[in-house]
Each structure stands twice: as C-alpha cells, then as structure tokens.
Design a protein around this ligand. Structure first.
Ligand SMILES: Cc1cc2nc3c(=O)[nH]c(=O)nc-3n(C[C@H](O)[C@H](O)[C@H](O)COP(=O)(O)O)c2cc1C
Length: 315
C-alpha cells in the first residue's frame, strides 16, 4: 500500500509506531519496521552513549528504516545529533520546541525530519522550518497532547501544508487508517495500540491494563506538570489532580511527576507510575504481534476502502 509517506520513508505500509519514552525500545521498533511500518526509538531520556547502544541494538534486529525520537530542548542535543549522524540514522523525530538546530545539522546528511505537532500553527511552522513530513496528534492521543481532536486537526493541517501529513491520536485499526486517508493524511501513527503488542518490551500487566481499559478511562493531567499529558486513571494521576486542587507549586508537581513513565512501563508499577495512553484504549482488545496487527489493519482498510482507493498509488 503506497502513499507519499511510504515513498518518503521507504516503508511498505503507511503505519508508523509513535515514539514512546520508556516503551519504544529496540524490540518494538524492529518488530514494527520488519512488519513494513516505521518503528521509532523513544530516546527522550537517553544519554548520547545510551542512544548509540540502543541504535545498535535496533540495527542488529532489522535492516529496515527506523527513526530516533528526542527532545529539541535536551541540553545534550549536540551530542545526540552527533550520534544520530555517526550511526547513519535516516529519520529524525521530535516534538514541539525549536527544531532549527536539528534541521541545520541533519539535513546536510540527508536525514529526513519527521516532527510531531499538536496544533495547526505548529505544523505550518514545521514545514516552514524544513520538515519533510509532519505527524499531527489530536487530543485523543496518549502522552503529551494538545486540545484539538484528530478529526479537526488533520484536515486543517493537510489543507495548509504541502508536505505529507500523518494522523496520530486515536488510531488503532483499519477503519482509522481509512478515516485518516479520507481526512487528508498519508498514513497513521499509533502509540497506545503498539504498547499492547507481543514485542513491546514492558511488563505484561501494563498491556493487560490497556486491554481492560475503556475509552473513558483516561484523564489529561491538564498542564499540571507544564505539559498536558493523557494517562490512564490511577493512584498517581489522582494524586496529581489533588495536588493541583491544593494549589501546590509547579516545581512540587514536577518533582512529584519525575520518573513516573519509567515507574509504570519499566518497573510495572501500575498505580504509582504514569501510564500514558490514549482514548483508543477503548478499541484495543488484544495483544497481537506487530506483524499480525499491521497486516490486520491493512486488510481491514483495503476491505472498506471503496471510493477512497484512488488515494493508493499501487498495492
Ligand atoms: C507511553 C507513551 C509515551 C510517549 N512518549 C513520547 C515521546 O517520548 N516522544 C514523543 O514525541 N511522543 C511520545 N508519545 C506520543 C506518541 O508518540 C503518539 O504520538 C501518541 O501515542 C499517538 O496517540 P495514540 O496513543 O492515540 O496512538 C508517547 C505516547 C505514549 C502513549
């Protein structure tokens, strides 16, 4: 299934695994890329040495394209960029923040810039700054999230930019893929759906929690820690909301929130950790392999595509 995004990234299917700190390590990244999608290594909290080690681990597991995600504000940005360039990573992924330095350093090496944005103006700016494609994430999405739903954000961005747009936030099956194409996107990026897969290297109980959760089981820890973050409701999310009511300082909140992704997805503490996850939890009912999931999504999309078939350049 070819679209402008598969052509740009050199992948078989227009399905991207959203970057996930403490979740999208080499086994998941490689499984998605080997299955014809694009895996993204979540390197937000990695040191340059850890990043190099993790990139090499991915390369042992796949020969296919994959991306690395990092934060533009990282104080070690220059060293991280050195590693990406030295290790011949072909695709760079990052979120909001000033990307100028990243683009300046990576473009001369032919690295494709694929940022994720949560607002129309940020996506437009990303194109102006030289992004090759943009992932736009609606408020339904897990992790850091904006205010606008995917069904509004995606068509608005697709109208305003010429680069390929990828829809994120709330996608988990073939119906979502068809909807994204209809909205003007060239593919989908899924975070939460890929957490509940066999290859995702997190404790089984966290995957099972997502499978059990409904579309009403998430909450946005609304700007409490400086960034809006959609997570599953648990003891930790509740504690953040209570601290907010007591008007504790932002610094106290940030201290309280530190290391909570790690606690959830690495240590498996489902009550005290921050279980970032989107509303798409409501349609996640199983824990398949990445290959089975991607094949199922593509088949379902093709089966219901109907008049949208023109969107596909060839199959
Ligand atoms: C556990 C988790 C961690 C995430 N970490 C990052 C991250 O480190 N960098 C990033 O750009 N996006 C991050 N995201 C956002 C995802 O890449 C993706 O855009 C989002 O999950 C899409 O929405 P969905 O969950 O509805 O699929 C994270 C999301 C989740 C669920």
């Amino acid at each position: 299934m070819k679209t402008r995004i598969t052509e740009l990234l050199g992948i078989k299917y227009p399905i991207i695994q959203g970057a996930m700190a403490w979740v999208s390590f080499s086994p998941l990244v490689a499984a998605v890329s080997n299955a014809g999608g694009l895996g993204i290594l979540g390197a937000s909290f990695m040191s340059p040495d850890e990043l190099r080690e993790n990139i090499r681990e991915v390369k042992v597991l796949t020969q296919k394209p994959f991306a690395v995600n990092f934060m533009p504000e990282n104080p070690e940005l220059e060293q991280l960029l050195d590693v990406i360039i030295e290790e011949n990573v072909t695709i760079a992924s990052y979120g909001k923040g000033n990307p100028r330095r990243i683009i300046e350093r990576t473009k001369p090496h032919g690295i494709i810039n694929l940022p994720t944005m949560g607002a129309v103006r940020h996506a437009v700016k990303a194109e102006e700054n030289g992004a090759d494609a943009v992932i736009v994430q609606g408020t339904e999405g897990g992790g850091h999230t904006g205010f606008v739903t995917s069904s509004i954000l995606v068509p608005m961005v697709a109208e305003r930019v010429r680069i390929p747009v990828v829809a994120a936030g709330g996608f988990g099956d073939g119906r979502g893929l068809v909807a994204a194409l209809a909205l003007g996107a060239e593919g989908i990026s899924m975070g939460s759906r890929f957490i509940a897969t066999q290859e995702c290297p997190i404790p089984l109980q966290a995957k099972e929690w997502i499978v059990r959760s409904s579309e009403e089981d998430t909450v946005v820890t609304d700007n409490l820690t400086g960034v809006r973050c959609r997570v599953l409701k648990n003891k930790f999310a509740q504690s953040l909301l209570e601290m907010k009511k007591r008007n504790v300082s932002k610094w106290e909140l940030m201290k309280h929130a530190r290391g909570r992704f790690r606690k959830a997805f690495y240590e498996g503490d489902l009550e005290e950790g921050s279980l970032a996850c989107g509303q798409v939890a409501g349609i996640i009912n199983d824990i398949p392999t990445c290959e089975a999931l991607i094949e199922r999504i593509v088949k379902q999309a093709m089966d219901i595509m109907g008049p949208l078939k023109e969107k596909i350049l060839s199959s």
